[in-house]
Design a protein. Structure first.
Length: 489
């Protein structure tokens, strides 16, 4: 129900109620005055007849007095006079029962009094004492209350007409005022709030007058301006955070590449020496025929080896791209390929164990490879020489926060044989800039960036409990493979 309708109903109901209550009060006053007038008229009539009644009572007792009164009664609508005795079992009983007269008679003493009795018809009975006959004798004067009925009927008719007229006018005025000055303005304020909630550019509501709604309108307009300004600032800050996050991730990848460049130079230098030696032999004519072809084949293989290393570096250093459904094991193999040179330098073996059955994940491959490379670099830095680092690819249902609830997932786990993570720092390792490495050897951003990347993919990066060394588990939601699988990267 609209507020204008509610106001109209409330004002109209209150007005009608006041009119009815006021009418009842006035009707009650009019009826009281009518009864008092009838009572005064009855007493006056008895006083005018008192001499005749007293004479008849002296000469003929109660019967003589009654005969005098009976000759006066002509019309039923006029006053009726009767001689009554207010005693039980009297031969001159009053019209109302004695029980209805006992209390008024006692209160009046010897003075006149009246009662209204509805049986058999609405009449007013007045009682005036006849001292010559005794204290219980009264002249009963009954008067018709038809005038009271007519007065009540007129009251209801006039009150109904007045209530209808005033209520109608009041309803019209309240409805018009409520609709124009309240309903429309509240609708505008509601529209303003709705547009603001939907993130639209709201139109200001005009400020009319200097009432409470105008004050509310000014406050809402000011609030909308402040929200719009805050939204613009939030959008700018979000865009800035996004750019900074991307730059930080890219810098982290470039930092990892820089750390591995000396090993990569050795990785490229060895095949370059092989290519140079084979090509010189062919150029000098030291190898001909089948031997020359063999030297050329070996040079081509070493060239492919160099191209693979360079391509891996270029892929790893590129910016983030679109997400795609890929086999999880392919991500593990790409990350291992990036770190294998660093691992061989430290005399470590990198193993990939796939039990996922070709399970797919929907990811940005550059970001997930970055997270895995960070985990592998940390594992290489803490593993003793001659040991192995294992990357396990497992599929199943894992108790992790995948979009808010556990579900089918893929676990990419990096297990090393190092000293493990002390219990005292387990809760701090994913915090930005926390590192256990010596000054200048680490920034403390690797694990924090990796955890953020995985979280943005709806997954979770966690440190497994127990076991020798450290086991970091990267959990991602499992998806159905695409209809046509793409060629390996």
């Amino acid at each position: 129900m609209r507020i204008a309708t509610k106001i109209t109903l409330a004002v109209s109901t209150w007005t009608a109620l006041l009119l009815v209550v006021d009418g009842f009060v006035k009707l009650d006053e009019s009826i009281t005055l009518l009864r008092e007038d009838l009572f005064d008229e009855s007493v006056l009539a008895v006083n005018l007849l008192r001499y005749n009644v007293d004479q008849a009572a002296l000469e003929g007792g109660p019967i003589g007095a009654q005969q005098v009164l009976s000759r006066i009664n002509v019309s039923p609508d006029d006053l009726h006079f009767h001689l009554v005795e207010l005693r039980p079992d009297s031969h001159f009983p009053p019209a109302p029962p004695l029980s209805a007269l006992a209390e008024p008679a006692a209160a009046a003493g010897g003075e006149p009094f009246f009662v209204v009795h509805a049986d058999p018809s609405d009449r007013l009975f007045s009682y005036v004492a006849v001292p010559l006959l005794g204290p219980a004798w009264r002249v009963e004067v009954s008067a018709s209350l038809r005038a009271q009925a007519d007065l009540t009927q007129r009251f209801w008719r006039d009150t109904a007409a007045l209530v209808a007229l005033i209520t109608g006018v009041t309803a019209f005025l309240a409805g018009w005022i409520g609709s124009v000055h309240i309903g429309q303005r509240v609708s505008e304020l509601s529209r303003l709030a709705e547009e603001t909630g939907q993130g639209l550019e709201p139109r200001h509501v005009p400020e009319l007058g200097d009432d409470e709604l105008s004050a509310l309108t000014r406050d809402l307009n000011r609030m909308v301006d402040q929200l719009a300004e805050m939204r613009r600032r939030t959008d700018d800050e979000a865009a800035l955070r996004s750019r900074l996050r991307e730059q930080l991730r890219h810098a982290d990848r470039l930092g990892a590449i820089g750390m591995m460049m000396s090993r990569v130079a050795h990785e490229i230098g060895t095949p370059l020496n092989v290519i140079s030696a084979r090509v010189r032999k062919i150029a000098r004519g030291q190898a001909e025929g089948e031997q020359a072809r063999e030297h050329a084949r070996i040079a081509a293989e070493q060239t492919d080896r160099i191209s693979l290393v360079i391509r891996r570096m270029l892929d790893y250093s590129r910016r983030e791209g679109a997400r795609e459904a890929l086999p999880a094991v392919r991500l593990a193999e790409a990350a291992v390929g990036m770190v294998e040179t660093l691992a061989r330098t430290n005399e470590l073996e990198l193993l990939v164990i796939d039990t996922s059955g070709g399970a797919h994940v929907l990811v940005d491959p550059v970001l997930i490879e970055q997270a895995l490379v960070n985990l592998l670099i940390n594992a290489v830095s803490v593993s003793p020489r001659g040991r192995a680092i294992t990357v396990s690819v497992e599929a199943g249902t894992f108790a992790c926060e995948l979009g808010g609830a556990p579900g089918p997932a893929v676990c990419l786990a990096v297990q090393d044989e190092g000293p493990g993570v002390p219990e005292a720092i387990r809760k701090q390792i994913f915090e930005p800039f926390f590192t256990t490495k010596a000054l200048g050897e680490g920034t403390g951003l690797g694990l924090g960036i990796s955890a953020t990347i995985v979280s943005e993919h709806g997954g979770q990066l966690r440190l497994a409990e127990g076991g020798p060394g450290a086991r970091f588990e990267l959990l991602l939601q499992r998806v159905e493979p695409p209809a046509s699988a793409g060629a390996p990267r």
